[in-house]
Design a protein around this ligand. Structure first.
Ligand code: VGL
Ligand code: ZN
Length: 208
């Protein structure tokens, strides 16, 4: 399964998504050692980094009277409001200190524009603005991607779905991910990923 044309995409393994962070994902830090081991098996490794300016419109604090985890309508569709997180240059936006950054050839930052969120590592929430990740992978001859990281039901799912839509054979390694699970979002995410042909695998299933 892991050959020279397969890339590992490590999604948002950042302090704010780990216990102690501002938008903690339960067990988020538990995947770090697994991701490091996995990274050594791939010729191409890309990290994504959620990277919001202060006052980002995905923050509840930018919408007076609204609370975190409510949804609001944005020009591009419904947007869940989050606690402030992954503010550019902050400690919360930094990668988990245990994550081995040396394995990655590229870091793709996303959600950098105040008005537009980006759960996906490939295309922003306006569904029109590519981050460049697709071209990066294509230029390197990648045909298959394995996606891991945080959170399964948001950034991992959107990244995996876009990878599949862009024509990459796509796997999500579920035990190297952790979920937020907001109102059934995890079950919905797996249904959407499965419908697009994304493979759901476990670390122990991977050969190569
Ligand atoms: C994420 C919510 C907001 C994620 C990022 O990485 O899954 N979730 N921003
Ligand atoms: Zn975010």
């Amino acid at each position: 399964m892991i050959d020279a044309r397969t890339a590992l995409i490590v999604v948002d393994v950042q302090n704010d998504f780990c216990p102690g962070g501002s938008l903690p994902v339960a067990g988020g830090d538990e995947i770090v050692a697994l991701v490091n081991q996995l990274g050594r098996r791939f010729a191409t490794v890309v990290l994504t980094q959620d990277w919001h300016p202060a006052g980002h419109l995905s923050f509840a604090s930018s919408h007076p009277g609204r609370a975190a985890f409510e949804a609001v309508a944005m020009p591009y569709g419904p947007q869940v409001l989050w606690p402030d997180h992954c503010v550019q240059g902050s400690g919360g936006a930094a990668f988990h200190p245990g994550l081995d950054l040396a394995m990655a050839q590229a870091i793709i930052r996303k959600g950098c524009r105040r008005e537009v969120d980006s759960y996906s590592g490939f295309i922003e929430a306006d569904r029109a603005t590519p981050t460049g990740l697709g071209g990066h992978l294509r230029d390197r001859g990648v045909g298959r991607v394995a996606v891991v990281g945080l959170a399964t039901d948001f950034c991992v799912s959107w990244t995996a779905q876009d990878a599949a839509r862009l024509g990459f054979e796509t796997l999500v390694i579920e035990d190297a991910c952790r979920a937020i699970d907001l109102d059934g979002s995890l079950e919905r995410a797996w249904a959407e990923m499965t419908a697009l042909g994304v493979g759901r695998v476990r670390l122990a299933d991977l050969s190569g």
